[in-house]
Design a protein around this ligand. Structure first.
Ligand SMILES: O=P(O)(O)OC[C@@]1(O)O[C@H](CO)[C@@H](O)[C@@H]1O
Length: 389
């Protein structure tokens, strides 16, 4: 297993018998089949998808074709990994490169008729138009009637648990439903106090999934803007489709339109967010590094400068968490702040645990979790809210 240079904490790979192996060997083939079946792709795309399926299961990692979009950047990122088994290289890199290769296989970067066609759009659309979203939008009217502190708690909790609406995860894990929602680290009080001390703040939110996760993220941003905690907000999404349901600018617009169609508070929220975008009080941005196979510690200078302007950066989801702390088998009691000291602003991570990486737990919490046979690291039933000032 590859070692992390500094800490000695092993870098996670797809070694046999690991969760990462199951993602590479089971989740990704299932995803390729779902994408292939969701579109009338012509023979060229079908052959490319079949070749990717075969390569990832039994072959050695191939480079992007000559002239591919971002080809030079991915060639540099792939140094030392191209030509090896998908199961040997760092899991974060393998998983991220898989999604870049999937876009290549379906012709997302063009030229041609399939340029810009999101291979995950059918799945995102089905979720956005589903009954679960309808119920969650209707619930906003009840939340609006709560005292402010209870609204804060409810809307932050909705953003946290919205992270389970991760369509890639649901392929292999199945919807945990409400089968246990256990918060195992909760720094939310520190977050609210930080905001109160710094109001009116500039709140950044680095989004994760579209649909049922992005809607509560948008509602949370509106809440912070309308209750005076935030003077302005910045929403970071992905520049291209990624990890199945990761949000792109198009997904933000789809969510706003879906909210605007709903009755009551949801439509009012959408109207306010639309106005905040047009007046520049809410800025939507999509940085290429958001789709890089690298930890945030390697973020480029322009992104670091942007994030340094944040009073607090709220970072959503499991993949972003892995990129924040490093995709390593850290001792789970390693303090979150120890691994994120490089981050250029105060930081709140909202994450449901869906892979082996876990940090920031007290010894007592870890002992309790380890005494229970349920797979708390990967089932999506446990969550953390880590704040680093
Ligand atoms: O970032 P998200 O959407 O919360 O989760 C991404 C994910 O689906 O893909 C990876 C599979 O190991 C994990 O990080 C997680 O299961």
């Amino acid at each position: 297993m590859e070692k992390a240079e500094a800490s000695g904490a092993p870098v996670i790979t797809g070694a046999p018998g690991t969760f990462a192996w199951s993602v590479l060997a089971e989740r990704h083939p299932a995803l390729i089949r779902q994408v292939r079946d969701a579109f009338p792709y012509p023979p060229g795309q079908q052959r490319a998808l079949d070749a990717l399926q075969e390569e990832t299961a039994h072959g050695l990692i191939q480079p992007l074709p000559p002239g591919a979009a971002d080809g030079a950047r991915w060639a540099a990122w792939g140094s030392g990994h191209i030509g090896r088994s998908w199961f040997e290289v760092p899991f974060l890199w393998a998983e991220s490169y898989f999604y870049r290769r999937l876009l290549e296989a379906v012709g997302y970067f063009g030229p041609g008729a399939w340029q810009g066609v999101d291979p995950f759009a059918p799945f995102k659309r089905a979720e956005l138009n589903g009954s679960a979203v309808e119920g969650e939008l209707a619930a906003l009217d009840e939340v609006a009637r709560l005292p402010l502190a209870e609204q804060d708690h409810a809307l932050l909790g909705a953003a946290l648990w919205g992270n389970r609406a991760d369509l890639g995860f649901l392929i292999s894990a199945g919807d945990p439903g409400t089968a246990g929602t256990h918060v195992v680290a909760d720094d939310s009080a520190l977050f609210w106090r930080h905001l109160a001390d710094a109001s009116p703040a500039t709140v950044y939110l680095v989004a994760d999934n579209a649909g049922r996760e992005l809607i509560p993220d948008l509602v949370l941003l509106d809440h912070l803007l309308t209750t005076g905690r935030a003077a302005r907000a910045v929403l970071h999404v992905k520049p291209t489709p990624y990890y199945v349901s990761d949000a792109t600018p198009a997904d933000v617009l789809d969510c706003l339109r879906r909210m605007a169609e709903a009755p009551g508070r949801a439509a009012e929220t959408a109207t306010r967010l639309w106005s905040a975008l047009t007046r520049g009080r809410l800025r939507l941005t999509a940085h290429p590094f958001s789709c890089a196979p690298l930890p945030y510690a390697a973020m480029p200078a322009d992104l670091r400068t942007d994030l340094a302007a944040a009073t607090v950066t709220v970072v959503k989801g499991d993949l972003n968490y892995r990129r924040l702390v490093g995709d390593n088998l850290w001792p789970a009691t390693t303090p979150f702040a120890t691994l994120t000291g490089y981050f250029p602003s105060p930081l709140l991570a909202l994450r449901t645990l869906k892979c082996d990486v876990a940090v920031g737990l007290t010894p007592a919490t870890l002992a309790t979790l380890e005494s229970d046979p349920t797979p708390w690291r990967t089932a999506g039933t446990h969550a953390v809210l880590h704040f680093r000032p």
